[in-house]
Design a protein around this ligand. Structure first.
Ligand SMILES: *Cc1c(COP(=O)(O)O)cnc(C)c1O
Length: 495
């Protein structure tokens, strides 16, 4: 059965999966959603014996129905290979009564690699299938990790260019260094004087600008997105929840059909939405626990039914979650509004105009799968130290937010279902915050001294992604104002 994708803001706007991947964002500003969530329809017992690659094929062929199985096999085998430093691709580590799903073993050591190592293959395959003659320009806003993962995926891929906008003062020093040292003639990395929300809003504006679209069309370019607004990012993220369930079965930790909880440190709501899709495919998931840092707009939303971005923005030690406009929440709002594009569009318009909206009581009942929680900066640091002292396991700041929220949920709710915590980044990416949490005497050390100290402390080998940037030269040093994004794009493409 073919699954088509429609816009959350206009039911008339329907495209194939490969077209949705190419477009990134729908023309009306909406996000593409599958017209229905396909069923997993393989016996759970079989999951236990499947490799990551086999699981990926089983899940992705259900969603991306206009790709042939051969095409998907090609994409999967090229994406999930020795770029990952573990054979399992996504190992599951048990610590202190929870299961940490380590999603950071790819080439840029954050979970963004799970989807962004396959997106370039899905994209170029889609371009060939749709006889797309334009050069594809990937426009990306990043809170720190998407940028590098997308750059690594798209660097020197023929027929593509990639432009990344990051908040100049809103990413970790390691994250920034990873991006500004990126090689590849088709790459462009630009710092903006603003935060992630400014970058993301700016990118969405460029997508919506018809004049610009026409001008670039004539010069042979079209835009697409590597952010989780692209369905080609979301679908590969469903895979690892299914895979984790299989691992728990094969490890004998759960019985077939036993429900697990999933805990996700959340920013743009992409990763947890993928878990929600996995649940809707039939994977036995109980609660979806949405963990925020001090930018707890989602926690407040789950509590009150009011989404309100009018609040102070905090720069935290988990910068990839410093987000007040969680784009992918739109896909959930659309769904709990009864897949009513007009109703959803009205909420999104209110968000743009006033910065907030309130959902109806009826819609609230659609949120019962979700639990919100958050961690303060102090609780995040305490959790890193606690887990290290108890288990000798070092986690990054984002994972620590989730870990704190999980343990406090478990204590207050009494819900002791086995739980998988999405471990979204290597601690090496946030070495300063992590080492300061474990050993405050590290405060005076330089970034790479901290890396070496972290290696001694954790006993984990320094990843290649870090060794690479120690001596790499800076190749991108542009910093611009928010209102200069369009000019910067034109400069890169047309000069
Ligand atoms: C992007 C990111 C997140 C947030 O994921 P969303 O899909 O945006 O909710 C959490 N942790 C890390 C390390 C990230 O890079």
């Amino acid at each position: 059965m073919d699954i088509m994708y429609k816009s959350t803001r206009n039911a008339q706007n329907q495209v194939t999966a490969s077209r949705a991947v190419l477009n990134g964002l729908a023309e009306d500003g909406g996000l593409y959603v599958p017209e229905q969530i396909p069923a997993l329809d393989i016996p759970l017992s079989e999951l236990a014996d499947m490799t990551y690659q086999e699981t990926a094929l089983a899940v992705m062929k259900k969603f991306l129905t206009d790709y042939t199985e051969e095409e998907l096999r090609y994409c999967i085998s090229h994406a999930y290979d020795s770029k990952f430093d573990t054979e399992e691709i996504a190992p599951l580590r048990e610590a202190d009564g929870a299961y940490y799903l380590e999603l950071f073993h790819g080439s840029t050591i954050a979970f963004k690699d799970m989807a962004l190592s396959i997106l370039p293959y899905l994209m170029t395959t889609a371009a060939a299938k749709n006889q797309e003659k334009h050069e594809i320009v990937i426009l990306t806003a990043t809170s720190g990790d998407t940028g590098k993962a997308a750059l690594a995926g798209f660097a020197d891929v023929p027929g593509t260019r990639i432009i990344v906008f990051y908040p100049k003062n809103g990413v970790s020093p390691i994250q920034e260094r990873q991006m500004v040292t990126q090689k590849g003639k088709n790459t462009c990395v630009i710092g903006i004087r603003g935060n992630f929300d400014d970058a993301q809003t700016g990118v969405k504006k460029l997508f919506a600008d018809r004049e610009l679209k026409k001008e670039l069309d004539q010069k042979g370019f079209c835009f697409s997105s590597a952010n989780s607004i692209n369905i080609g990012r979301l679908v590969p993220q469903v895979v690892y929840y299914v895979y984790a369930y299989g691992r728990l079965l094969s490890m004998g930790k759960i019985a077939e059909g036993e429900k697990i909880n999933v805990v996700v440190p959340t920013g743009n709501f992409g990763n947890i939405l993928a878990a929600f899709y996995a649940k809707n495919m039939g994977l036995p998931i109980g609660r979806l626990i949405c963990a925020s840092n001090e930018n707890k707009v989602l926690f407040d939303f789950f509590e009150s039914g009011v989404y309100d971005r009018n609040r102070e923005f905090h720069l935290t030690s988990s910068p990839s979650m410093d987000i007040l406009i969680s784009s992918n929440l739109e896909r959930l709002i659309y769904r709990i509004a009864g897949e009513d594009a007009e109703k959803n569009a009205a909420f999104m318009e209110a968000l743009t105009k006033t910065g907030s909206y309130r959902i109806t009581e009826e819609m609230k009942t659609g949120l019962s799968d979700f639990v919100g929680g958050y961690a303060t900066e102090e609780q995040t640091a305490d959790e890193i130290r606690r887990l290290y002292e108890k288990e000798h396991y070092v986690i990054d700041t984002h994972t620590a937010v989730a870990s704190h929220v999980y343990h406090s949920y478990r204590q207050t709710s009494g819900d002791s279902a086995k739980s998988v915590i999405a471990s979204t980044a290597s601690p090496y990416k946030f070495a300063r915050s992590v080492m300061q949490a474990i050993d405050p005497s590290c405060a005076g050390l330089g970034d790479f001294e901290l890396i070496d100290r972290l290696s001694d402390t954790s006993g984990v080998k320094i990843p290649a992604a870090i060794e690479e940037i120690r001596t790499a030269s800076v190749l991108h040093d542009q910093v611009i104002e928010i209102n200069e994004m369009e000019a910067a794009v034109k400069r890169f493409l047309l000069s």
